[in-house]
Ligand binder design. Structure first.
Ligand code: PGA
Length: 257
């Protein structure tokens, strides 16, 4: 079996001013100083990227953005490009978070352009997929996720997928306190890996990290992260508190070691 490192991401969403973010980053730098076997990335709002990168640049914690635009520069008021994110110190960018899809109406086609642009600029992409509650209740979760993967990752080569992380985030579990059971999550992760094998090939699919997201907290991290096809977590609410985010990273470290 391919050894995949676990990856724990903190998606701060629209929380923390730059100074609050710097404060949290300083705490994380100390708390996570000895963590070397788990990939750790935090994704602050865009205004926090530069000062937080300055705090974390010598540490084992990477930073990521929550969104990008697919052009390098130009008359696109309010948007931020991939080269700007690289220069700000980002190694990662989240693409296709359910809030971007559902609140801001981003389409599969737009997300595909974002994925390709991010990768061509040297950013690793955390590509989010997941079904709504209505879709799950209708038994459509596999159809929905299949379409998101096929269209969002269209045109990517197996070599390009080295910079790809998938986050399976059932929309009904995001910010609700309701987590998918480890069995429900593992079932979908196995399905996502099967889709990746079809899209790329078996070897490539076996190397791609697939995170689970949706109400992950210290109390449920261990059980979720212990599943065969769950290679990490994308954490929203619980990532805002350095203490609880650290506990989740430590749970991942314990499983790894
Ligand atoms: P949550 O968010 O942990 O607050 O449910 C996860 C996410 O949206 O990435």
């Amino acid at each position: 079996m391919t050894e995949r490192r676990l990856i724990i991401g903190g998606n701060w969403k629209m929380h923390k001013t730059p100074s609050e973010g710097v404060h949290a980053a300083k705490a994380l730098r100390v708390k996570l100083i000895n963590v070397s076997t788990v990939d750790v990335v935090i994704c602050p709002p865009a205004t926090g990227l530069v000062p937080i990168h300055a705090i974390l640049r010598e540490s084992n914690i990477k930073i990521g953005a929550q969104n990008l635009y697919w052009e390098d520069e130009g008359a696109f008021t309010g948007e931020i490009s991939a080269p700007m994110l690289r220069d700000a110190g980002c190694d990662y960018v989240i693409v296709g978070h359910s809030e971007r899809r559902h609140v801001f109406g981003e389409s599969d086609d737009q997300l595909n352009k974002k994925v390709k642009k991010a990768m061509s600029a040297g950013l690793k992409v955390i590509f989010c997929v997941g079904e709504t509650l209505a879709e799950r209740n209708n038994g459509e979760m596999q159809t929905v996720v299949k379409k998101q993967i096929q269209l969002g990752l269209d045109g990517l080569t197996p070599a390009g997928s080295r910079d790809l992380v998938i986050a399976y985030e059932p929309v009904w579990a995001i910010g609700t306190g309701v987590t998918a059971s480890p069995t429900q999550a593992e079932e979908m992760h196995g399905f996502v890996r099967h889709l990746l094998a079809k899209q790329f090939d078996e070897t490539t699919a076996s190397q791609i990290q697939i995170q689970y997201g949706g109400s992950v907290k210290p109390a449920n991290a261990d059980e979720l992260l212990s599943q065969e096809n769950i290679d990490g977590a994308l954490v929203g609410g619980a990532s805002l508190d350095p203490e609880s985010f650290t506990a989740i990273v430590k749970a991942a470290e314990k499983i790894t070691n």
